[in-house]
Structures are given as C-alpha cells and as structure tokens.
Write a protein that binds this ligand. Sequence first.
Ligand SMILES: [Zn+2]
Ligand SMILES: [Zn+2]
Ligand SMILES: [Zn+2]
Length: 140
Amino acid sequence: MPATEIIERTLARGGYRLTAPRRALLEAMQDLDDHFTAEDVVTAAPEVGRATVFRTLRLMQDIGVVCQVVLDDGSVAYRLTSGGHHHHMVCSQCGAVADFTSHDIEDVLQQLADRTGYEIDAHRLEMYGRCPRCRALPDE
Ligand SMILES: [Zn+2]
Ligand SMILES: [Zn+2]
Ligand SMILES: [Zn+2]
C-alpha cells in the first residue's frame, strides 16, 4: 500500500496539496481493508463531510492514487494503488483482491481495437475465482 509521502508527491505532481481533509481520508483508507466502499470511508472519517469524501475519491482516482474494482456481485469498491495501469484478480470466496499487469493482454486489446476500428480510451478487466489461500483450504 502506498505510503502517505508517495501519495503526497503524486498529488503535488498533479498540482494538488495534501490538505487536512485529504490527509484524514488517506489515513482512514490506509486503515481500511484492501478494498472498501465510499460508505466505508464516510464512516471511517466522520470529521470529513460526505460530499468531500466523494469528491476526494474522484480526485484520487483521476491522479491514480485510488482505483476502482468491480466485485463479483457487480458492486464497485475502491482500493489504494501505487499507480500505473493494472487489472485485478478477485477471490469470490474471501474477497481478496490482487493486482496484475500483462503485456500480452494489452497487446490483444490493441489488436482488437485495430480490428474493430474503435479508438479505446479505457478498459477494465477483473478475473474472478479462488485465491491460493482459499484453494489451499480443505473443502467443507
Ligand atoms: Zn487496482
Ligand atoms: Zn480467497
Ligand atoms: Zn489493461
């Protein structure tokens, strides 16, 4: 999980300051699970207004400090990220999320874009299954 100083530098690069509410939200997010909902952040930082929580989550997504992950029930959670384009493995048993990157996948998507004539602005990819820890558990 990225340290506050790294996030502070990322914010500065985007021309943003680590204001008191932003710092409070970051600290709250660092204390939450590896992924969390906007409501979790609202609850964890009661001193910060709801609108500020939503605005800050949006900002942090834009600058690449926070990413969105679609869970296997279709709900969207947030996650602190050290930035860079990546995808997620989601465990449908315990909910653990792991990041991954793949040049091969990006190449295939580029070929798809070429083939369909679409100019792709963004894509996301989540894989669902059982994580190594859950796989190692004996079946009930
Ligand atoms: Zn992510
Ligand atoms: Zn698992
Ligand atoms: Zn990708």
